[in-house]
Ligand binder design. Structure first.
Ligand code: ADE
Length: 245
């Protein structure tokens, strides 16, 4: 049981990451990725653990944060190539379900596996391939000690939801819906690197408010709660092995 030495935290939106970067005084690493790529890296050494945040960075054409699965896959690949992490964490925001106990600002830890809800390929074998079902670590002790809820994480490339997406998401309970975790979990799975997602709730999918309004309204509170929990998680990792999480 080897203590964790290197952790990479992958985050999509600067606003989600900024409170954590500031509170822990992460310093920006000089351009380490190819100049064409938008990804940025921030680093701290926390009591012997090397911790790097990779931000997906700004899309050159749209001047917006690079969200969803395409940049997440690339960020995860860069994480593996440049930092050889013992653990990859995808931290960010998600939609929750009020009827399943979610409240705005709740922070969830991923449970069991990460699935896609919008890669529907109704061909033999490809139906399961589309869903992914990539593993994540069992972090139930961590969740218990740090008073965090566990949920299956479901990934898709849209902020809104279609009835078909909802039917697939509804197979799981509890569940949170977001836009990056499965892409990162796939890379972690390919390289046999333990993976977990930490997701803070900005919006409730089963209420009447438009998701885009609710997301913007609650992004600051969710990012602040995410920072607090990530702070506790980073403290908790010190001296522990993956098996102890
Ligand atoms: N991130 C925050 N809320 C989300 C939602 N409802 N769907 C996908 N990603 C999200």
């Amino acid at each position: 049981m080897k203590p964790i030495e290197r952790v990479v935290i992958i985050m999509a939106m600067k606003q989600e990451a900024q409170p954590l970067i500031e509170e822990y005084s992460f310093h920006k690493l000089p351009k380490i990725f190819d100049v064409e790529l938008p990804m940025e890296a921030y680093h701290i050494d926390k009591e012997g653990i090397d911790i790097t945040i990779i931000l997906n960075g700004r899309d050159r054409d749209f001047q917006l944060d690079s969200v969803a699965t395409q940049p997440a896959t690339l960020a995860a690949f860069l994480a593996v190539q440049h930092f050889k992490p013992d653990l990859i964490i995808n931290a960010g925001t998600a939609g929750g379900f009020a009827q399943r106990g979610s409240e705005i600002g709740d922070v969830y830890v991923s449970n069991r596996y990460i699935r896609y809800h919008d890669r529907r390929i109704p061909l033999p074998g490809f139906d399961k391939y589309g869903m992914g079902n990539y593993p994540c670590i069992n972090a139930s002790k961590l969740a218990n000690v740090l008073d965090m809820k566990l949920a299956n994480v479901s990934t898709g490339n849209s902020l809104d939801i279609t009835p078909t997406d909802l039917a697939i998401i509804n197979i799981e309970t509890p569940v949170v819906k977001e836009m990056e975790a499965a892409a990162i979990a796939w890379i972690a799975h390919l390289y046999h690197i333990p993976f977990m997602a930490v997701k803070s709730i900005t919006d409730l999918i089963d209420n009447d408010q438009a998701v885009e309004e609710e997301f913007i309204e609650n992004l600051a509170i969710a990012s602040n709660n995410l920072k607090k929990k990530m702070f506790s998680i980073i403290d908790y990792l010190v001296g522990k092995s993956i098996e102890e999480l």
